[in-house]
Design a binder for this molecule. Structure first.
Ligand code: IDP
Ligand code: MG
Length: 140
């Protein structure tokens, strides 16, 4: 049984600023995923608001939008077997204090809001986020 998926991954402004881009891409390659798209950009306000619309009512939403639009991010599409769950596992829990040892957030994040990286949390979310950030489609 195979379950090939493509997921949306974004290195957040803190991850880029701290020079973690190559380190993080290496980790995705090492678990056997393949990159199908990459965009380096400072997210426009409207794109950030649409991406995080699900969190609109949360108290941290204004700070989250301000943070994610504060500088360049690396938006990526990664493909492979169970890519969504595999990526979430590699990334670790939202709060670095709960993230398993060896995960990206456990290794590099020290705050719950500036936590280095985003990964889609399910198939519907992945489809929505990939369409949003890669409107021209993905490489094979
Ligand atoms: P996830 O990134 O692990 O999927 P979500 O619950 O979807 O976590 O939250 C989206 C983002 O919002 C988090 O990655 C983090 O940057 C921020 N965030 C989540 N919860 C909090 C909080 O309690 N305080 C501040 N920021 C938060
Ligand atoms: Mg999420």
């Amino acid at each position: 049984m195979s379950n090939a998926q493509t997921t949306f991954i974004m290195i957040k402004p803190d991850g880029v600023e701290r020079g973690l881009t190559d380190e993080i891409i290496g980790r995705f390659n090492r678990i056997g995923l393949r990159m199908r798209g990459r965009r380096d950009l400072t997210p426009p306000m409207k794109l950030a608001e649409t991406h995080y619309a699900i969190h609109k009512e949360r108290p941290f939403y204004p700070d989250l939008i301000e943070f994610i639009t504060s500088g360049p991010v690396v938006a990526m599409a990664w493909h492979g077997e169970d890519a969504i769950a595999a990526s979430r596992k590699l990334i670790g829990a939202t709060n670095w204090e709960d993230a398993a040892p060896g995960t990206i957030r456990a290794d590099f994040a020290r705050s719950i809001d500036k936590n280095i990286i985003h990964g889609s949390d399910g198939e519907e979310t992945a489809a929505f986020e990939l369409g949003l950030w890669f409107p021209d489609g993905l490489e094979d």
